[in-house]
Design a protein around this ligand. Structure first.
Ligand code: SF4
Length: 346
């Protein structure tokens, strides 16, 4: 099959790192932080047990100390990540559901994060059912001032899968949330998990097609992991769930990439979890090895992102938007950098 034209001739997919370097002119790291929030799928708003695969604990960064304020968390996170040379950071409101709070609280934590030296953009992780108008008002106001990504959990486009893993939302709710965010100029990133119970090639292909048709500009792809203390772990112990092999995951990830439009930015190609939480599969312990294996499989098959894309909706190359040329956030992205060699500012 002939290959589609790509904007990155040396790459077989569009990784986030390349995209961020293009946008900000240098390496940028994601810096997770916590606002002490919970999740509507745990506190009874939508459900109480949480998603079958979620432990909750894996969402908290290693440097997090309960009760610490946002600026302190970010400063300590920059110390940890900055040792690798990073000086620009996307502050990522990651733990549980980032918009499951009063809009005023969301506004406060995002303002605190954005004012931290070295923070050049924001990312907010959430569920599709936690994006009412007041919350979108807040996100829109930040999206006008800085680069902001809204990361929304879909996991699968199959409602029966979503029901069976206790997500307590539908694919239609996800689509509505993406459209509502897009209407306000907010850039979305879909979270998907490959290898959920009952899912294989057909469901993987269908989820990729769903996102392609919807025109989501960014995707985070995760391999399913069985974490201790989850309902999936109980299923696994009873022999009711067996995670995909490394080969099966490679196959699903390649097929998924092949079905996405060329401009979609791949924010993640493999999941990671603390070693003490990961019960299975053993091959998931080394995230870098999983990514390299998917990349080698793309090479081996001589294939790439978008070759089986059937949709008609086009994403600009690199997932770019008009805002990329906006001087207001670019200026911020290139200035106010902390000198980590001298230690964090107070
Ligand atoms: S995966 Fe997200 S939505 Fe599901 S229980 Fe965990 S925090 Fe809540």
């Amino acid at each position: 099959m002939p290959l589609s034209p790509q904007t990155e001739p040396l790459r077989r997919y569009n990784p986030l790192g390349d995209h961020l370097r293009k946008v900000f002119g240098g390496p940028v790291r994601k810096l997770p932080f916590s606002a002490g929030l919970t999740c509507p799928n745990r506190d009874g708003t939508r459900g109480t047990g949480g998603c079958f695969y979620c432990s909750g604990k894996d969402l908290v960064p290693s440097w997090f100390v309960p009760g610490e304020d946002v600026p302190t968390q970010l400063r300590r996170g920059m110390e940890a990540l900055g040792r690798g040379g990073a000086r620009m950071f996307i502050a990522y409101l990651q733990d549980h559901t980032g918009t499951h709070c009063a809009p005023e609280r969301l506004e406060q934590v995002l303002a605190e994060a954005l004012s931290a030296p070295g923070v050049v953009g924001l990312s907010v992780g959430t569920r599709p059912d936690c994006l009412g108008s007041p919350v979108l008002d807040v996100l829109e106001s930040f999206a006008r001032r800085t680069r902001l990504w809204l990361e929304i959990g879909l996991q699968s486009s199959s409602d029966s899968t979503l029901l069976s893993v206790g997500r307590n939302h539908t694919a239609a709710e996800f689509a509505d949330a993406v459209r509502a965010a897009r209407a306000r100029g907010i850039e979305t990133v879909a979270h998907v998990i490959l290898g959920l119970p009952g899912e294989g090639r057909a469901e993987t292909d269908a989820t990729a097609g769903f996102l392609a048709t919807l025109g989501v500009p960014g995707v985070k792809i995760h391999n399913i992991m069985v974490l201790r203390g989850t309902r999936l772990h109980e299923m696994s112990e009873r022999g009711e769930f067996v995670p995909p092999t490394a080969e099966e995951y490679r196959d699903m990830a390649v097929r998924f990439l092949e079905r996405l439009p060329p401009g979609v930015v791949i924010h993640r190609l493999a999941a990671e979890a603390p070693t003490d939480l990961l019960a299975a599969p053993a091959w998931a312990r080394d995230k870098s090895a999983v990514i390299r294996a998917v990349e080698r499989e793309l090479e081996r098959r001589d294939t790439r992102q978008s070759v089986r894309w059937l949709g008609s909706r086009s994403i600009p190359p690199g997932g770019t938007t008009d805002r990329e040329t906006s001087p207001s956030w670019r200026k911020r992205g290139q200035g106010e950098l902390p000198d980590l060699a001298k230690g964090p500012s107070a």
